[in-house]
Design a binder for this molecule. Structure first.
Ligand SMILES: *Cc1c(COP(=O)(O)O)cnc(C)c1O
Length: 349
């Protein structure tokens, strides 16, 4: 049905946002689409960094260049659009920061009330973003895990519709567009590996679902991409579980990292992330905080891209992956940058 409604060729004249894949997203009526022009972000080739690593085909998909400053815009644009369609008036989220900022922005456009529960130590610019969009903000002592309990209690009392990671389907649906764009931008032959900074897992699960759907449409040629999950040493429950061949994560005590989006002690959808990585033939890597911050500087100085620490972790993983022969120097390697460095001024200290 979808194959009839659109085609690879028809896409070329479409809007340059994630809504070019309209038929593959769950919103029925166009009038409910809430959009700030998110998506269709560039794939940039890293020439100078590639040269230093002895690699010719290293790319970054740069979601630092997206409304609200992080790739969370994709999931929230889709989820708020669907909420509008369903008649929801109040939305809430437990967030390490960026999901809250994105939800606040789209809720503002849709005229909904937004309730944000975030750790007290969330980077200030991200908290200020939620404020300027007019959200109701509650600062929580602890991590996203503690914030999560408060939001779920409100959902049970029917105070709002909960948009916390993996508690509803629509954010992952929006994240599929990451996979659709990669496929289109690589001319329907996926890169050999996609290295992805993993927190709650919506990105990996969304891309995996996207590639499945494109395969069903018969739009992809060549091999599937190996999905490689990166976390930092201060909070690596998913990477550890994958390395130990487990199908669920253990709760990570005292989670800490400047990469706020990766500070998720036990993802709600852990088994889905692990399944997606394993199915793709991928693997996981743990990088140190220093490796991550050095990579952030390298990307800025050598390529002119100021990426978020989460995204920088993907570059930091390359030497580890080469050493383990988990990637090859001739392969096409795509780093996924999930957000803008400008939201994390404290990482420069
Ligand atoms: C939320 C977030 C992540 C992790 O996202 P998932 O796809 O849910 O694992 C990575 N980077 C940034 C900047 C984030 O905000």
């Amino acid at each position: 049905m979808i194959g009839k409604a659109t085609s690879k060729k028809a896409l070329m004249s479409r809007v340059r946002s994630m809504w070019r894949y309209r038929e593959l997203l769950p919103v029925n009526d166009d009038r409910n689409i809430t959009t700030l022009g998110e998506g269709y972000t560039p794939v940039l080739k890293l020439n100078r960094i590639g040269l230093a690593l002895g690699m010719k085909n290293v790319y970054v998909k740069d979601d630092g260049q997206i409304p609200t400053g992080s790739f969370k815009a994709r999931g929230m644009a889709c989820a708020i659009s669907k909420c509008k369609e369903l008649g929801v008036r109040k939305v809430a989220v437990a967030t390490a920061g960026n999901a809250g900022a994105a939800m606040s922005a789209y809720a503002a456009q849709a005229g909904m009330d937004a309730f944000i529960y975030m750790p007290r130590d969330t980077p200030t610019p991200i908290r200020l973003e939620c404020e300027i969009y007019g959200a109701h903000i509650s600062l929580v002592n602890g991590t996203i895990a503690d914030a999560g309990r408060l939001v779920s209690e409100g959902m049970a009392r029917k105070e709002w519709f909960e948009l916390s990671t993996m508690k509803e389907p629509y954010r992952v649906e929006g994240k599929k567009t990451m996979g659709f764009e990669i496929a289109e931008q690589f001319e329907w032959t996926l890169p050999d590996a996609i290295i992805y900074p993993t927190g709650g897992g919506t990105g990996i699960v969304g891309m995996s679902k996207a590639f499945d759907e494109l395969n069903k449409l018969g739009w992809l040629s060549g091999q599937s991409a190996r999905l490689i999950s990166v976390q930092t040493a201060g909070c690596a429950p998913v990477a550890k579980a994958i390395q130990e061949h487990k199908d669920h994560c253990e709760f990570w005590e005292n989670a800490h990292t400047l990469a706020a989006g990766l500070r998720v002690p036990k993802p709600y959808g852990d088994y889905l992330i692990i399944k997606a990585v394993n199915k793709s033939g991928g693997t996981s890597v743990i990088v140190s905080e220093d490796e991550m911050l050095n990579s952030m500087k390298t990307l800025a100085r050598k390529e002119g891209i100021w990426i978020c620490p989460e995204g920088a972790a993907t570059l930091a993983s390359i030497p580890h992956l080469l050493e383990r022969s988990a990637i090859d120097r001739d392969e096409r390697i795509l780093l996924y940058n999930t957000g803008s460095g400008i939201l994390y001024p404290e990482t420069l200290r």
